[in-house]
Design a protein around this ligand. Sequence first.
Ligand code: FAD
Length: 431
Amino acid sequence: MTGQVAWAGKPGYTLRAVTTATKPSPKNAAVIGAGPAGLIAAETLARAGVAVTIHDRMPSVGRKFLLAGRGGLNLTHSEPRDRFLTRYGAIEPLLARAIEHFPPETLRAWADELGQETFVGSSGRVFPKAMKASPLLRAWLRRLDGRGVRFALRHRWLGWDGAGRLRFAQGERESIVQADVTILALGGASCPRLGSDAAWADLLAARGVAIAPLKPSNCGFTVAWSEAMRRFEGVPLKRIALTFGERSVRGEALITREGIEGGGVYALSAPLRDAVARDSAATLHIDLRPDLAVAALAEKLAAPRGKQSLSNVLRKALKLPPAATALLHEATTARGRPLTSLSADEVAALIKAVPVHLTGVQPVATAISTAGGISFDALDAHFMLKAVPGVFAAGEMLDWEAPTGGYLLQACFATGVAAAEGALKWLSPAK
Ligand SMILES: Cc1cc2nc3c(=O)[nH]c(=O)nc-3n(C[C@H](O)[C@H](O)[C@H](O)COP(=O)(O)OP(=O)(O)OC[C@H]3O[C@@H](n4cnc5c(N)ncnc54)[C@H](O)[C@@H]3O)c2cc1C
């Protein structure tokens, strides 16, 4: 069946060819999912001479990748490898091997080759100079096109038919595709409007593939704000430090109507999420002036203030924005003591560690990324599903998580390459 697509229909469905190879090509691969993991897998296969068709349920490719580009497209990170790998927590050896094989330097060289030179920002994060994904994606698609990669868009993968062939729906119609090898790169469960709705989880579980429960990662949390605090919806708290348990990070947070989110919160979101799941709540502490010691704050607060109100002192002498002051009021009101009744030392201590009581985790659909997914135990050493030989998996649908900082895309690219190389091995006669 090499290089061919077979068709079959179901009552009520119209048959329509998606792609038919003109001559028996060496081998054909179906890549399902046109995000970064699927596209790099397709490129790897096409470079090796495999006839590749990329299927995606959406009308255009790389929608989440393009959205990531709105934030500058943090492709990867420049920190030393041993530190880099710790970002994946208890890293699975298979993931570590994939990243060692396609590391940040290689990803940067790859982007360079597409005419998208990268640079290292002050935080060590790596971005394309264009600070967006669209030029890179355009150049990438041109290159894939030049290598003969075909696209079957608006094709929603439905699983397999009884003969092990791939089933796709295009609206009311259904098509069946026979591929020599398949790569699944269907993404996680965040931002389903961009395509990744994780419907694959049930399809794979039905085939005996172990799936770790999908959970929000780099996500926001709910807080039972007072009406006064809700007035600060959409206001960022900048240059703060956030602490949960032993971990502290510098960053910022955004007050939302329902709670709190933003870079600093995301960085702590994995332990916070697990704590909320365990204890139904968790307390995050925010240092509103991380560059000033508590004694220096207390001194400023204790200075004679004349007719100035405490709010004025907080704003003028301590440079706290109104949202930060509101957070202080919120914390003291919750304790039944107005902020104005606190001593200078008490206010200073509160500024250094204002508690924010998290009552829940925002749904995965609103998260930046997804934890959980295809268990590494369900994969062989080449990213092939042990339960479905000839089917490989890559990207965010695998059971790993990482903070923002370029670690997500790096792992998607690296596993996409690893799965494609696994597929090439599978296709080779000496497999
Ligand atoms: C707002 C935002 C900003 C981000 N910024 C960054 C950043 O700067 N740096 C970083 O490292 N990461 C960032 N990320 C995360 C990063 O974009 C994702 O981790 C990455 O896109 C995942 O790649 P993927 O190829 O695994 O899946 P996806 O990009 O989600 O692609 C999966 C594809 O599969 C398709 N699909 C799903 N189900 C089906 C089906 N049944 N049939 C056919 N097709 C299907 C989808 O339509 C989609 O095109 C950001 C995420 C968000 C939401």
